[in-house]
Design a protein around this ligand. Structure first.
Ligand code: UD1
Length: 422
């Protein structure tokens, strides 16, 4: 397995291009299952999770090809051979469950392996299933698979999500586009990735209103047609790279960044003493003088502070002047980066869903272990600020969500290299 070596090297400066959003692309790709016609995505990120979704769609008989080095994904589901998503692929990536709604809506039946747990918590899929049941789906859980059927086709219904779920909203939204009649999703997720999915589905002929609010109304249509759609900017990659100059000093412009994608995060950077400026080309973060101020954060569904930036923000708070409290409300067990940051000299206590971070004068390089995608990159950020060398082991998680991380950080002056595993 590859490792990444980072050596603290002072302030950063320059520009970093931000890719299309992994999480948007992972729900846009299964949308191809809703139509006979081709769906082409542009601005796609080049990541192992995207390749896994391509493999899953290919296993169902979809044609998936990548162009322009992976930035364009051309898909067609006109000759789908199977409606069964096998455990062997689903176990690699939870987002595989997103094929369930589209398969069921178009073919009236689907079998999808249950995704199992993952490093950041139990992550059930009960809400995906309940939302589909509200559209008339019959579900049977056997031998680790969801066997779903809707003999006369799905029918519009009303479903209120008891808690906000991005994935369940996406599954229900895709399914509802081909259901007969009107579907109303209440308590829906409002993330930019949901709006991007709805925009793509509208391009395919779907009738959707209210995306970006907590109530989405979908008027089912008989068929969807082909479309070409550019994937929205990855707000998590954006926030991650905005933290690099915040941690090391300097000034970096993240190309394609918009405050509207990350308003609550930008407010916290401002409170910590950083300057964030939006221009036509993107977002510029500058740390010119003075210490970082300690800032409390509570993760929440959009438009709140994203759970996917909690680990990276913790890396910043490790050297802040004062004590901050970081509360995680979305996933249990999402502080696995804390013990690794402590190995680098951080002062952190975790009790339940709250991490108390007392800022220290400086971090020291150490060998550390990446435990999940966002934890991996938080250790790289901490390594950029640490004295000496930090070796981040097990970085395969990183490749699931960050394309060319070493090149992007090297371009702004970081000392970072990948050591291929044996
Ligand atoms: C998506 C993102 C992930 C992000 C998360 C929250 C993708 C591919 N992944 O994950 O990066 O961290 O949103 O912003 O887009 N839950 C249930 N039952 C369900 C579904 C979810 O109880 O059926 C719970 C989860 O355990 C969690 C909460 O709801 O506590 C939110 O999860 P959800 O929004 O569904 O996350 P994902 O869509 O899996």
């Amino acid at each position: 397995m590859d490792s990444i070596i980072v050596t603290g090297n002072g302030p950063l400066s320059g520009t970093i291009p931000i890719a299309g959003a992994k999480n948007a692309c992972l729900t846009l790709m299964p949308a191809t299952l809703l139509s006979d016609d081709p769906l082409t995505l542009t601005n796609a990120p080049r990541l192992s999770d995207i390749r896994t979704m391509a493999e899953l769609l290919g296993s169902l008989g979809a044609e998936v090809s990548t162009l322009q080095g992976g930035q364009v994904i051309a898909m067609s589901s006109h000759a789908l051979a199977s409606q069964r998503a096998d455990y062997d692929i689903v176990r690699k990536m939870r987002a595989s469950i997103l094929v369930l709604g589209p398969l069921l809506a178009r073919f009236g039946h689907a079998e999808v392996s249950l995704p199992g747990g993952c490093a950041i918590g139990a992550r059930p899929v009960d809400l995906h299933l309940k939302a589909l049941e509200a559209m008339g789906a019959r579900l049977d859980l056997r031998e680790g698979y969801v066997h779903a059927s809707a003999p006369g086709g799905l029918k519009g219904g009303t479903f209120e999500f008891p808690i906000v779920s991005v994935g369940a909203t996406e599954n229900a939204l895709m399914a509802a586009t081909l259901a007969k009649g009107t579907t109303v999703l209440k308590g829906a997720a409002r993330e930019p990735e949901i709006v991007d999915l709805a925009t793509c589905l509208r391009r395919m002929g779907a009738q959707i209103d209210g995306d970006g609010t907590d109530t989405i109304t979908i008027q089912g249509v008989d068929r969807l047609h082909g479309a070409t759609h550019p994937v929205v900017t990855d707000r998590i990659e954006l926030g991650t790279y905005m933290l690099a100059p915040a941690i090391c000093g300097g000034e970096v412009t993240c190309l394609g960044g918009r405050i509207s994608l990350l308003a609550s995060f930008c407010e916290k950077l401002d409170a910590a003493g950083l300057s964030v400026t939006e221009t036509a080309e993107g977002l510029t973060v500058a740390r010119r003088n003075g210490a970082i101020r300690a800032v409390d954060v509570t993760t929440a569904p959009f438009p709140g502070f994203p759970t996917d930036l909690q680990a990276q923000f913790m890396a910043l708070m490790c050297t802040a002047g004062g004590t901050s409290k970081l509360e995680e409300t979305i996933f249990e067990n999402r502080f696995m980066h804390a013990p690794e940051l402590i190995r680098m000299g951080a002062d952190i206590d975790v009790h339940g869903g709250v991490a108390t971070v007392r800022g220290v004068a400086g971090l020291k390089g150490a060998p550390v272990m990446a435990t999940d995608l966002r934890a991996s990159v938080s250790l790289i950020l901490a390594g950029l600020a640490a004295e000496g060398e930090t070796i981040v082991n097990r970085v395969y998680h990183l490749d699931r969500g960050y394309e060319h991380v070493e090149e992007k950080l090297r371009a702004v002056g970081a000392l970072i290299e990948r050591i291929p595993g044996r």
